[in-house]
Design a protein around this ligand. Sequence first.
Ligand code: AMP
Length: 480
Amino acid sequence: MTKFSELNLNPKVLKAIEEAGYESPTPIQVGAIPPALEGRDVLGIAQTGTGKTASFTLPMITMLARGRARARMPRSLVLCPTRELAAQVAENFDTYTKHLKLSKALLIGGVSFKEQDKLIDKGVDVLIATPGRLLDHFERGKLLLTGVQIMVVDEADRMLDMGFIPDIERIFSLTPFTRQTLFFSATMAPEIERITNTFLSAPERIEVARQATASETIEQGVIMFKASRRDREGSEKRKVLRSVIDAEGDACTNAIIFCNRKTDVDIVAKSLKKYGYDAAPIHGDLDQSQRTRTLDGFRDGSLRFLCASDVAARGLDVPSVSHVFNYDVPGHAEDYVHRIGRTGRAGRDGKAIMICVPRDEKNLADIEALVQNEIPRLDNPLGGAPASEANAEKEEKPKPTRTRSRKKDTSENDTAVHASPEPSVATEVKDTPDDKNRGRNRGGRSRSSRGGDREANNVVGLGDHTPEFIGLSFKERCAS
Ligand code: AMP
């Protein structure tokens, strides 16, 4: 088995790795680090959980350890699709550069331009950014990309989904032709293939297992649910969710609850909270400090239920999530794989339970076709048939111990649920945590067209290489 010490990394980087508790490099690291250190372009087909972030940060730091940054001319650039991913990459840099003097700036929406300008003016070695925010800075004349020696594109397939490809192409064209490119994507859609053919030069291609397809530790189930009346679907469905959570008992230490729409993320979080569950929402319309707080709380265990949209939660690294609840069947089958991949990580057990209403049965069939398995049907813990209308009304009300005003408490059957029109597809696409106005989906690719790319055959994952340590949270690991 390859050791970190054999990879030619800077000794100070090796020290930081050791302190982070990593015993040996993961397959994507073994594959990507040597060619990256040789100055070659890398095309990594890997998703979160494989150690891909370190596979580009470690060689970058090693290469940047020599030389100095110039004002407004970052020496390297990492592009991430969402604010959360960008912040996660920045955290990784902090961990691995702790014994080196490298400067970095994080350019994401929701943070004041002034602070970010100050850092850029001083000169940074590493600039981590979402595409829209980066171009905003560029257009304000605050930033020059002609000094970029290394450029990383992380989660390119997500960039494509969010309509950022035109921005990525523009950013590529603003950086020097001689730059080194490290490009990562979970899948290789034709549009991604086109970009890599255009902007990468003879890249070393490394492919590792999609974590969710590799993980057999996730127990899955679906509850087929039909509301007693269409206008009661929201409240009855939330009731089913609560009873599913209750039925899991203590085994459910923490969970991510996925909804398809941002409005439902808010409604479900609010409803759970009202019923005494420790829940908070995360989606692109919340301000950055609130999102950061919520995520930190979920990571450190002080928040038990994270209600999330796909975009906000995708790629987030929370090592131990016991349950994923799909409050909605995702509209794109591949999102199911991503969602349930949040649990059962690194060899741990996980459970993924979904609620399916009749109009989502077609989407359920698509998911089953994709995962090539029937998802076991589970009994509705409420007892098969949906609650009668009278019962629903009665049981829907929270226990009287809560000290809230009557007016607010009745909101569970809330008008918001029924009065708010279903958001259009455009609204869903708009669920971008960052760069909202920029993503235009100009690539025009249908997401379902990805099916053919998803089967990775000759691939390996963390597998037996997974060190015990990976089970700890990022912070725990850094502290130890
Ligand atoms: P990523 O795929 O970059 O999201 O990383 C997944 C998790 O694996 C992160 O929490 C990393 O800190 C951790 N990790 C990365 N490389 C290693 C390694 N070689 N050994 C143990 N943990 C690792």
